[in-house]
Ligand binder design. Sequence first.
Ligand code: FAD
Ligand code: NAI
Length: 466
Amino acid sequence: MPYDLIVIGSGPGGYVCAIRAAQLGMKVAVIEKDKTFGGTCLNVGCIPSKALLHASELYEESGQLFDKMGIKVGQPKVDLAAMMRFKDQGVEGNVKGVAFLFKKNNIDTFQGTGRIVTAGEVEVKTADGKSETIEGKAIVIATGSDVARLPGIDIDERRIVSSTGALVLDQVPERLLVIGAGVIGLELGSVWRRLGSKVIVVEFLDRILPGMDSEVCRQVQRIFEKQGIVFKLSSKVTGVEAAGKTLKATVQPTAGGAAESIEADVVLVSIGRVPFTEGLGLEAVGVKTDNKGRVMVDARFATNVPDVYAIGDAIAGPMLAHKAMDEGAAVAEIIAGEAGHVNYDVIPNVVYTYPEIASVGKSEEELKEAGIAYNTGKFPFTANGRAKVNLQTEGFVKILADAKTDRVLGVHIVGADAGNMIAEAAVAMEFGAASEDIARTCHPHPTFTEAVKEAALAVDKRAIHM
Ligand code: FAD
Ligand code: NAI
């Protein structure tokens, strides 16, 4: 009996797709090449990085804030091996959760590398070389992404690491050189700085976090600098040489000019990720990819080959777990004949540093570029009662609303727990809210979320606490 659906890859895109398809009555198979389910996100991405961010944040807080709150614990110490075990347990719990959900939904799983033989057949090859072919009426490619590499810099995952190696270091490097001031550079740079590393971040562009609202980036750069991270902007690393125990990175201004050498114990390469479709047999079956290696799909996630679909990091769009999950559910619904849909205008983006940085919708630069007139409402956490009493006053909420209609076009939050707060903005935007709708919604006191209401009031220049 052929399956109704074969999903290749069990990351957030693939596993959500499989579960949603099973809910809709399909007989589903999932193929995963790794030993555990959950993909990049659960094994070497979102989950382990957030475990280390959480633990290292509490470590720093206990050293810096506890005393001020009247909690005497002495100088906290890091037991890195125990912290790594804590992280690994978190990963284990999550990957087992996916295995449980597959069983609960009667989804068949195959361990091995999937290769599309024809539109209806996928060969599964196990690590020991055995292979079997399964048949499916539809195939979803959910094979995710891999680390982008720099020519001439070999990642050994011990001293020159990608995010994967940076999540398993067995000692705190004295000096960490990060290449790329994007999300991974800032999150994992923060982890190791908190645990004791001197962190230098070399960024190609003249700003950190490209793509994010530039006012937000300027503010958070200052905050990270105060925390001790050193940024070398408009610079690129052209090579890394191992000289005994020390690594020597050659750093050059992007615009040209004299190079300098920076010494480090560990170098983290975090310059982005690239789609992963190796060994899938795309060329043989004729599935088209673009010039960045992304599988090309239409609005229904369909490739140019009938009954072959693709989602997640393997296709265009932000490389985010929640984007992959929503596409997974949508494509399952489309294959089942329903109206699956993802609204790409409302995909939140969160950087889990301290403070957190969260945004949804348009930045000021994007609105200016599109010629859209907008009003801005801004409210700082220094004026929020809960933030003040918690000693967590860094950051602000900024709401951008259409000048004519007052419809919310973008929300940007820097602050403790910004990642949770941005969900309110996303719901409001999905419902086409005006800033006045948020302003008139009763928010619980005392919470950080009152700053969202105040920023909405500030759009109409009537914030109360400022
Ligand atoms: P993946 O999660 O990459 O899963 C693809 C799966 O397919 C893998 O398990 C792979 O082994 C398998 N596979 C590939 N080819 C084959 C084949 N031929 N046969 C069988 N199996 C195959 N996103 C967020 O939203 N929030 C975060 O906080 C966040 N943190 C991150 C931190 C780090 C350090 C990294 C690296 C990424 C982070 N991301 C985060 C991004 C997020 O992990 C990805 O966007 C997400 O995992 C993409 O999901 P996916 O299902 O498309 O692919
Ligand atoms: P990124 O795209 O976020 O940032 C890469 C940075 O490296 C950019 O600032 C870029 O200008 C810079 N860069 C590129 N080439 C360079 C060079 N040669 N020298 C110096 N700088 C260079 O990529 P990153 O941080 O590797 O993360 C990959 C992806 O993983 C993210 O884009 C995101 O989609 C996902 N992710 C999401 C997280 C979250 O949602 N919290 C956390 C971690 C990763």
